[in-house]
Structures are given as structure tokens and as C-alpha cells.
Design a binder for this molecule. Structure first.
Ligand code: NIG
Ligand code: FE
Length: 412
């Protein structure tokens, strides 16, 4: 099946296949072709260029993108899309003055979601989660990482990972699964951290690895959750089972999680709202992608990741949604791109690089996703007619997406 897109006002994020991530000053550059065409063959980008060089193709389908932009679909490298119910009451409690930490300390937060998840059937969790997945695809997400971490029991964690697997089998978008058993200590292990870590390492991990249910291992390295030492134990065990680390660090406190992540060659370190100078230094010249979650900062009214300092230090940066019921009940990557510009002072070019190629890198798929490159998946966004791509972050409340293409097919 061949599809041809013609008259593209501007084709964004055109890259050579050797580019797997963009760092520092280069993030300010977004290579584009004006008045372009793009050819899709069997779900992959097979050719593109300027309209004046349009070759003779005989497509089964032709899309006229007059006035519209085409860009690679968003790569959302950090989500918790699979969950049960919601935490609307905690949202109102926070409006009335409680903090995220206070809510967690009285048994709410992650443990609240874990209780709901363990009380909900696998089919019901699947149905709730698939509605969210379909919503984010329509919002332009073409690849997504999804974490477990609301089970906190062997059965609950396996149930979540099976739901992720089923989503990945039933939907055309690329999904990567991350095992986050170390998201919080269940109440019964509050005073027995070793007991829960043993359960993760000796019982959950072998079962997950045997059934090939996860690609990555995660831990919430934070005061009141997992210490640096406990996070290292989890990463080390995950690596033994073939899972590369992608970890939650520096959301509320800088306690050494970044150093630990870099030591264990984490693919990404995520959140980074609280960054010390030395945290930025540690990330220099590593293969670890820093990931900011601006809509989490927005929803919790906590600091934003200091993107400007990090980019000035030569680091790459990815941005993702963190879609979850507690700290970010939104999977809208368009809002994330806009918020990165508005609140973190990233330029539109930097934000688009962070949400596409660098997001792909942070989920280990930048060989196949995240840019307009011959041979990569034809996962694309066609915008509505817009004056320039600045409009994407500028018109932050508008849905500017006209068509979403996943593996060469229009997603409806
Ligand atoms: O990334 N910080 C840890 N985990 C999630 C929030 C979990 C929750 O509140 O349910 C996050 O923000
Ligand atoms: Fe998260």
C-alpha cells in the first residue's frame, strides 16, 4: 500500500538516520522542508522531498496537505496510562490546602490507586485504559511508554503488565512497558522495606521476565518512597533480568537518584523538578536522557525542570506527559509542548525536538521513531491549516491536529 502526501506547507523534523538524540545548542534547530511531499510504503516513510522534485509515484491514496504541516507523531516516553478509577477527591483536597505529600501520608496517593486497581477486574482496567490510549493517539501520540506500579502485589503488577501487553497487541501504536513495582511501599511493608524489595526481586521480577511482560525497570527514588540504596538494588536486579532502568528522580528532593541512574546506565532519568548544579554536571557526557514532565509541574504547582540551565550545559532533554491519576491526569502532548515553551522557556524548536526524537530515545526507539527519516515508521501528525509551526505551542488550548497517521494508516 502506497500513500502520497502532497503540498505539505512545511515538513518538520527531517533527519538523517544516524541522529538518535539532539543535545544542547542543537536543540534549537528543527530541520524542515517547505512545500514538501512524503511517500509512505507499507507503513514506513519511503521518500520525501520538495514538491518541485516530486517523483512519479502511483499511490493508492493521495492526501493533499495544502496549508498544513506534517511532523512525526509525539513520542510520550513516560506514562502511567493503565490505572483504575480516578483521584478527583484528592484534587479537591489539594485545592482546599492539603499537599500531595500530606495526602500520601494519610494513605491516599499511590496507595489509593493501588487499592482501586487490586479491586478492579483485568477486563475493566483494560477498558478504562484503552479509552485513554485512544484519546492520546487522537491527540497525536504515536508511541507511548506505560508503567505498572499501581498493583504493588504480585497479582496486581502482573495484571497491569498484561493489560499493557494486550493494549500493545490490539493497537497499532508502539508501546514499551516498564515494571514499576518500586512505586511505593504497600502499608503492610511500611516498616519492612527489605520484605517488599525481596518480593520485587525474588518473586515479581522472575515472573515478569519469564513472561516477557516488561522492557524497562523503574523505581520512585524520593524521600518517603525508595532511598538511593533501595533504588540501586532494584535497578541492579532489573538489569540481571534484562531490563534497562528508567527511573523517577528529583521530583520533590535531590537525594542522589541521578548519580545512581547514571551509574546503572539508565536510559532516562525522569521528573527533575528539583535540580542541584551537581545533578546537571553528573548528566554531562552520559547516554542517559533527562526527561521533564511539565504537565505534572503544572497540575501539582511544583517547580518546572530547569530546561534552560540543562540545555545551556549541553544536555539533551525530552518531555513527556506522566499521564497518571494523581499528579497528571492528562496525556495531551500538545499541552506538554506548549507548557515547555510557556513555563520552561523552551523555544518551539527545542520543545518539538524534546517531544519527538528525544522522547523516542528515552523509550529506546529512536532508530524507528521520532523523525521524518526514510525507513522510520510512518507515524505522523497532519495539522490543520496553520500560519507556522509556532502556532502549536502558541495556541495552547486549541486542537490543531487534523489527521493522525499510525503505521501509514489514518487513525480515526
Ligand atoms: O510520576 N512520582 C511518582 N509517580 C507518579 C505519580 C503517582 C501518583 O500520584 O499516582 C508521577 O508523578
Ligand atoms: Fe511518573
Amino acid at each position: 500500500m502506497t500513500t502520497l502526501i502532497i503540498n505539505i506547507k512545511e515538513l518538520l523534523q527531517v533527519r538523517d538516520s544516524s541522529i538518535l538524540k539532539i543535545s544542547g545548542a542543537e536543540m534549537a534547530i528543527l530541520p524542515t522542508i517547505k512545500n514538501a511531499y512524503l511517500v509512505i510504503q507499507n507503513g514506513l516513510i519511503s521518500d520525501f522531498g520538495s514538491m518541485k522534485d516530486l517523483p512519479n509515484v502511483n499511490p493508492e491514496k493521495c492526501i493533499d496537505a495544502d496549508g498544513k504541516m506534517v511532523l512525526p507523531s509525539w513520542c510520550d516516553s513516560h506514562t502511567h496510562i493503565v490505572y483504575a478509577g480516578n483521584r478527583e477527591q484528592e484534587f479537591v483536597d489539594r485545592i482546599n490546602g492539603l499537599t500531595y505529600e500530606e495526602i500520601a501520608n494519610r494513605g491516599g496517593g499511590i496507595l489509593n490507586s493501588a487499592k482501586k486497581l487490586n479491586e478492579t477486574t483485568e477486563d475493566e482496567i483494560y477498558n478504562q485504559s484503552k479509552a485513554r490510549l485512544e484519546e492520546v493517539i487522537r491527540l497525536g501520540t504515536g508511541a507511548v511508554e506505560i508503567k505498572s506500579g499501581y498493583g504493588l502485589t504480585i497479582e496486581g503488577e502482573l495484571k497491569m503488565l498484561r493489560v499493557i501487553q494486550k493494549l500493545s497487541q490490539n493497537y497499532p501504536i508502539t508501546i514499551r512497558a516498564t515494571f514499576l513495582g518500586a512505586h511505593a511501599f504497600p502499608l503492610e511493608f511500611k516498616e519492612n522495606h527489605k520484605g517488599y524489595i525481596d518480593l520485587i526481586i525474588n518473586e515479581m521480577l522472575p515472573e515478569i521476565a519469564k513472561n516477557k511482560l516488561a522492557d524497562y525497570i523503574d523505581a520512585f527514588c524520593e524521600t518517603g518512597y525508595f532511598t538511593v540504596d533501595e533504588t540501586e538494588q532494584i535497578m541492579e536486579a532489573g538489569i540481571r533480568f534484562g531490563l534497562k532502568p528508567k527511573i523517577h528522580v528529583n521530583q520533590f528532593n535531590s537525594i542522589g537518584g541521578i548519580l545512581a541512574g547514571v551509574k546503572y546506565k539508565a536510559l532516562s532519568v525522569d521528573h527533575l523538578e528539583i535540580m542541584k548544579k551537581e545533578d546537571i554536571e553528573i548528566l554531562k557526557n552520559t547516554e542517559t536522557m533527562p526527561v521533564a514532565l511539565p504537565s505534572c509541574s503544572y497540575f501539582l504547582s511544583i517547580p518546572y525542570t530547569p530546561a534552560r540551565e540543562m540545555i545551556a550545559a549541553g544536555l539533551p532533554l525530552a518531555i513527556a506527559t506522566d499521564y497518571n491519576p494523581g499528579s497528571t491526569p492528562s496525556g495531551n502532548m500538545n499541552f506538554v509542548v506548549a507548557t515547555a515553551c510557556i513555563k520552561m522557556k523552551m523555544t518551539p524548536e527545542e520543545a518539538i525536538n524534546a517531544a519527538t526524537i528525544n522522547g523516542a530515545y528515552a523509550m529506546g526507539i529512536s532508530q524507528t521513531h521520532g523523525s521524518i527519516t526514510v525507513g522510520k515508521k510512518a507515524n505522523l501528525i497532519i495539522t490543520k491549516p496553520i500560519p507556522s509551526y509556532y502556532q502549536l505551542p502558541y495556541a495552547f488550548g486549541s486542537n490543531l491536529i487534523d489527521t493522525v497517521i499510525i503505521e501509514g494508516e489514518i487513525f480515526t
